[in-house]
Design a protein around this ligand. Sequence first.
Ligand SMILES: [Zn+2]
Length: 294
Amino acid sequence: MKSLVKKVREKMLKKIDQAQLFIEKNANFFRCPLCHQGMQSKEYSLICESGHRFDLSKKGTLFFLKQGHVTEYSKEMFQPRGRMIQAGMYQPVLDVVASWLTSEMSILDVGCGEGSFLSLLKDKVSFQTGVGFDISKEGIYLASNQPGENFYCVADLTNLPFADQSFTCLLNIFTPSHYQEFQRVLQKDGFLLKIVPQSCYLKELRAAFYPDQKDKQSYSNQAVVQKLSEKMAIVQQKRVTYSFDVPEENRLDLLSMSPLEWQVSPERKQFLSENPLRKITIDVDVIKAVKKMA
Ligand SMILES: [Zn+2]
């Protein structure tokens, strides 16, 4: 028992030490979210020029919010989502994303949740620097358990704790955007990869959750793509559509992995957990966008 405790402690130490090495090497990627000055690493912390200090957690993560945020994105959603991603639900989408990445890149995953996408991409491309952030503390806690050398922190999308022009690529996978901040932290020749649902995305799940509500069964990403094209220049747009056979052990995960579930009646949920879906349609646009020339 004692040796198990010791082992766990060593693993924790390893994480915080790994993170310390990361912030030592990459302190220039960060800026203070309070006063916007540069930061330096010191004794398991990042400290800005005005003395604002952010300490690494034992899990090797940083917390950049003034206070905790209550979010509906909890581990009850991130865990099944992570299992579905690990089971290969988004593999063809990730293959397209990976084909646009290279090993020299520094990558920021915007709203990384439990970190599955960033971790799988690191495995595939082995890019130089990977950082994931989310507003959900629970998401980042789970992300810190992911394999790979990515760094994770809790941060606010509208006030990113990252320096100007620090990243070559931003990943924006099914998450909200803040284009002003995106363009600030992107390098001059960097780009954004945004993944947005297309009309048939999870259509079986929509039909199963809301059989009598036709308006909830279809989805259009037109407004989202329109807004992106106003703020940045779209250089490539690729639609990826396929049907995924849900592994038997993941059939319940599918029901609780997305916000679609939040308004479903308990009776309907019960029915579906007894009669789970076996196939699910993935239908998304993978969009590459760059800064607009002034
Ligand atoms: Zn500061």
